[in-house]
Design a protein around this ligand. Structure first.
Ligand SMILES: [Fe+2]
Ligand SMILES: [Fe+2]
Length: 202
């Protein structure tokens, strides 16, 4: 067991994770731009929201790496290289990448960190793996909605929120055009799927 992070495999894993998180953040910002251009503002917001979380993950790994000084770290790692500009492809690919991180990469990094005597770092890998798993589920859910033409329609009445102006609409579909801000349907999201959940009743 090594307690010297500078000499440990975990140092390389932290750099690989930092690079992966930074790449995810950038790719999601690019995906946000694509979705915005296609007027799918709810998906643009989903990518933007997730990109900000990936940046925080990068900061967590960076904080650990800082402990071992500024020497360059050599890594050998495979990174995803999706180049489609179709929102559905972007969602599906993001879901796959998140799934790979959460089920394979970070559990292995956590085990290695534990074996090398860095339980705090192992815990961070495990906690962030659980976040990536939820990212994967969220991207899959929205990919399914988009593929099935359900992004803005549902079986029974639901509450819909305009992410641009905050207007709430109840019905089996979001309005074609927002009655308040006149923006297109692409701004609408199911209220229950916003980060703040249901409206308070009082
Ligand atoms: Fe992440
Ligand atoms: Fe993620």
């Amino acid at each position: 067991m090594s307690s010297n992070l500078s000499q440990a495999k975990t140092r390389e894993n932290l750099m690989s994770a930092l690079a992966g998180e930074a790449l995810s953040c950038t790719r999601y910002k690019l995906a946000e731009k694509v979705c915005r251009q296609k007027q799918l503002f709810v998906l643009a917001n989903l990518f933007k929201f997730t990109a900000a979380q990936e940046r925080v993950h990068a900061e967590v790994f960076y904080k650990h790496l800082k402990q071992c000084g500024c020497e360059p770290v050599s890594i050998r790692a495979d990174f995803p290289n999706e180049c489609s500009e179709e929102p559905l492809d972007l969602l599906r690919h993001a879901a796959e990448t998140e799934n790979h991180e959460s089920s394979e990469v970070y559990p292995a990094f956590a085990q290695s960190a534990r074996d090398e005597g860095f339980p705090d770092i192992a815990q961070d890998f495990e906690n962030i793996a659980s976040v990536e798993s939820s990212h994967g589920r969220r991207y899959r859910h929205y990919a399914d909605l988009l593929e099935n033409g359900r992004l803005h329609t549902c079986e029974s009445a639901e509450d819909w929120l305009c992410l641009n102006c905050g207007y709430l609409h109840s019905g089996s579909s979001a309005p074609e055009t927002c009655p308040v801000c006149a923006q297109p349907q692409g701004w609408y999201v199911r209220l229950c799927e916003t980060p703040w959940g249901l409206e308070p009743k009082c």
